[in-house]
Write a protein that binds this ligand. Sequence first.
Ligand SMILES: Nc1nc2c(ncn2[C@@H]2O[C@H](COP(=O)(O)OP(=O)(O)OP(=O)(O)O)[C@@H](O)[C@H]2O)c(=O)[nH]1
Length: 808
Amino acid sequence: MAPADGGGEQPHKAHRQHKSGAKARKKKGKGKGAAGDDGGGEQKNPKAFAFQSATKAKRLQARSAEIEQRRLHVPIMDRSIGEPPPFVVVVQGPPQVGKSLLIKCLVKHYTKQNLSEVRGPITVVSGKIRRVQFLECPNDINGMIDAAKIADLALLLIDGSYGFEMDTFEFLNIMQVHGFPKVMGVLTHLDKFKDVKKLRKTKQRLKHRFWAEIKEGAKLFYLSGLIHGKYTKREVHNLARFISVIKPVPLSWRMAHPYLLVDRFEDVTPPESVRLNKKCDRKITLYGYLRGCNMKRGTNVHITGAGDFSLSGLTGLADPCPLPSAAKKRGLRDKEKLFYAPMSGLGDLLYDKDAVYININNHLVQFSKNDDNEAPKKQGKGKDVGVAMVQKLQNTRYSLDEKLEKSFINLFGRGPAAQSIDSDANGNVISASQDDQGDANGFEQVDEGTNIANADTMDNDGHSECSSDSEGDNDDDIQQRDRDVELREEVEFCNGRLRRKAVSSNFQDDIDDEGTDEDDNDIEDSGDDELSGGSTSSDDSEEVGASDDETENTSKWKESLLATLSQRSASLMQLVYEPSAKIGSVASEENDDTEANSSDDEFFVPKGQKKQADNELPTFDDIDAEDCSKFFKAKLRDWSNEDLINSIRDRFVTGNWSKAALRGQELNDNGEDDEEIYGDFEDLETGEVHKSQASENVEGNGGAHKEDDLEVEERRRKKLALRTKFNAQYDGSELSGDEVDGDKKKSRTDNGGSYFDKLKEEMEMRKQMNISELNDLDEDTRVEIEGFRTGTYVRLEVHGGASNYGMQ
Ligand SMILES: Nc1nc2c(ncn2[C@@H]2O[C@H](COP(=O)(O)OP(=O)(O)OP(=O)(O)O)[C@@H](O)[C@H]2O)c(=O)[nH]1
């Protein structure tokens, strides 16, 4: 049929909206909800929306108040700026439980690299903004104590086929003392169970025992067994996901002290001194990521197991395992899956303060003596100079001792040979150390090579059905269960070694025991979806006083600054732009009163003597020192003295205010006088107009001032921007703007939330101000004032204490 209008477009039939029926009603309701045009039923019938039961309302109120209270924590000053240091995962368990294997599997998961042996901390990049450092906890009590101090997450490995051993409980107790970090249990050797029912019961029993020890709902992973000598990929993947999302618990002591987990160390003692005296004082360098808080030069350090030392050097190095740039792409490309394990012989480059060491795999460069004839063939071309040199060095017939002996004999000849012998000796010493290193590397790499070959065959494993379950919890309550469990140690010989079984009377340890099936489905039901349930809140009771963080280090950093400034020769910049005297005066101005007023004679009085003169009592300013608890005997003003009280009377309402006003008047008068003295005047004879200093500055240096003003203005704007950004992110302010529920708001204020919010805001503001101020300084000055920031890879140099390092 032809269209009625004779061509054009056929008009579409208009949509007919439902005016009645279910659809229309639904739409109506929606519209009301969104626009709220007619106020809805709440306005029409407020009674219907009022609470029905007073008890219920009371309970609701109590609940919301409880939730609110739980939200509140005394804020801790977070001093970290920039990239955070890697997250430390300590893998602990009794001997032969599978610690090394688990670390190897996790490293393989994150980096696709096979680790031949687990030695020292292993750093891997696990995400765009996250690095993880794995550490195998040694099987002795000292090792456990050290590991507990630095752990952010502890993976407790338990031999499922045997049950709990004493090592696990010992480590748990140690961790309790050091501020409990996050803990996850991992059951291994579950493949030893042939009976499925027995396996299920054992899992159940161990899970409840674990919960009793840590808390209800603590995470427990099950590694069901090995496939080609490795844990199944799926289970490792699940565990890795957990590790990646877990949030570290902020422990107040750790956040207030700088510490580092050393992942590499070198003995840099001159070989000659070692030769002369094997027990001479060694010089060692330690490398690691700085954690906790900033660290300044001149700090004393404690090396666990060795003692206290003063630092001879502290340098910041380039990050050996940097985070991939966050902005570029969404996921992590294979190339960027970085890792760093210098003690395990992984990683090609090692950076030092003034050198870079390159590791070359032996199978790539076959310099060993056996390949003497084959090497040139493999190269295809003639011998490279470098290759020839290395092989020549390998072909040395005489040992170092022999050569030294010979050179000693030659020395009597007094000919030109004596010189060459000298240099020879030096050369030998150097090459000897290189040889040593090469040998060591070679040894590791041979191992690695064989392992890689093995692993390649392992990789082709099929997936087994995964039964990895994680027992999640949604409960944030960190209160630990009461330890009313009686624990007994039973030493027995099992699987070729002595094992210390942990037997508790409250829990049936007999695996063969047929218990009730009450929770049989529990394990299978809980799954990976509970990832987010893992975060627990920390116990903040000990974190009071964190708000004073800014001031607590004041006196210390000023002291060290003054000391360094007085010692340091003036740099070129200072010579050109500032007289060195000025620096001294600025520093002394900042320092305490006594030091500022001290004469030259006093300046050269040794610090110790000065203290003695003060009757060895700490000064008032020591209260600001880092650990103020030590200085409680500080000599404060004697407020029983009447004169002293009178001297400050004017500052109170009862004081003589007229005097204070007079004083103010005098000050103003003086100011005016000054203006009169130095103000503008016109020389009537010459007709020259002299202007006051101030106005001259304003006019004459108008350009410069404008620039200054602009800078100030810009800085102010920057600060404001930061503040707004912070406010926008901050949940409290968001709520105050958007929150509709008046009750909630009220309870927040009532519960002191606003107080904590204010504290937090203040702290954040202070931090931002510090950052913006410090960013204006050049790097050296910044480090001098602030110290090295957390997350920096630092190199510590320590001198002395040979026997303590255990490296004779
Ligand atoms: N059947 C079975 N064997 C396992 C399991 N986990 C680890 N193993 C084996 O247990 C042995 C010890 O593993 P490691 O990783 O060396 O254990 P470890 O805890 O590092 O041992 P130490 O460093 O000596 O304390 C290895 O041969 C593993 O293959 C498992 O779940 N089932």
